[in-house]
Design a protein around this ligand. Structure first.
Ligand SMILES: *[C@@H]1O[C@H](CO)[C@@H](O)[C@H](O)[C@H]1NC(C)=O
Ligand SMILES: *[C@@H]1O[C@H](CO)[C@@H](O)[C@H](O)[C@H]1NC(C)=O
Ligand SMILES: *[C@@H]1O[C@H](CO)[C@@H](O)[C@H](O)[C@H]1NC(C)=O
Ligand SMILES: *[C@@H]1O[C@H](CO)[C@@H](O)[C@H](O)[C@H]1NC(C)=O
Length: 218
């Protein structure tokens, strides 16, 4: 019996996609004599409150004024404010949890090799959490390492994405003395729980970011 055309197409699609999946979950073989890193995320924790201040994506927050009284926030009523009414999104505000706002957004990514990434919404030196670059090893940021995270905290389960650029400042030495640096990328399962206020706490199982590419550093 000759299988129908649609069955054949289906089988082909199936084998192509499993082939692709296998490719993406495996690291490349490095050039001969070169070491290759292993990037394993051991802890992933993202808190995004339903009332966390968001001066990047939330138009209402960007236009909101608060009462800054000394180093704290007081009732934002212009008639009773004993400090000054200021835009809550101005840079340098005390802690970015103005009156009426819930706990600030935080992101923690810890790697098995000791690299830790911590972001919190504090207004200055802000990374746009879940939209790209995270704050990994702030002290050696000049070395070019960039770990980026993309995802949504609005669904109970979804797919997060992470990119890892090792950077030329962290290049590894091959046996013949050449320096090499690497790049990796992965999709991973993201699980979020929401409390009765829709505050989201998102986690991920331990996962590895496969090394997918390299470049020479001169
Ligand atoms: C070192 O080895 C790599 C790969 O084996 C090669 O591409 C590179 O050109 C070599 N470097 C030198 C300085 O010979
Ligand atoms: C402003 O008033 C609030 C009460 O409304 C008080 O808690 C706060 O200490 C006052 N701050 C200053 C700087 O007087
Ligand atoms: C959840 O959100 C509410 C409203 O913003 C806030 O008062 C509360 O502290 C938050 N709870 C937690 C556990 O973050
Ligand atoms: C963070 O939480 C807010 C409030 O629930 C939501 O509107 C926003 O989309 C969330 N951010 C991301 C990147 O999922």
């Amino acid at each position: 019996m000759i299988p129908s055309r649609s069955l054949l197409t289906g089988l082909l699609a199936l084998s192509t996609s499993s082939f692709t999946a296998a490719l993406h979950s495996r690291s490349i073989i490095p050039p001969e004599g070169c070491p290759i890193p292993t990037w394993t995320v051991s802890t992933f924790h993202w808190y995004n409150g339903s009332h966390s201040l968001d001066c990047i994506h939330n138009e209402v927050d960007r236009n909101t004024q608060g009462c800054l009284c000394g180093r704290a926030w007081c009732d934002p009523n212009p008639a009773t404010c004993n400090g000054s009414m200021v835009n809550v999104c101005w840079t340098g505000m005390p802690n970015y949890e103005p009156w009426g706002y819930g706990p600030k957004q935080t992101l923690d990514i810890d790697f098995e090799d000791g690299l830790t990434c911590h972001d919190e919404y504090i207004g200055y030196r802000i990374h746009d959490i879940a939209h790209g670059e995270t704050n990994c090893g702030y002290a050696d940021r000049g070395a070019g390492r960039i770990v980026s995270f993309y995802g949504s905290s609005n669904e109970a389960s979804s797919t997060g994405h992470m990119d890892y650029t090792l950077g030329s400042g962290h290049a590894l030495k091959c046996a013949n003395g050449s320096s090499i640096t690497y790049y990796g990328s992965v999709d991973f399962p993201l699980t979020c729980t929401h409390d009765s206020y829709f505050n989201a706490t998102c986690t991920a199982p331990v996962f590895e970011i496969p090394v997918l590419d390299y470049s020479w550093v001169s």
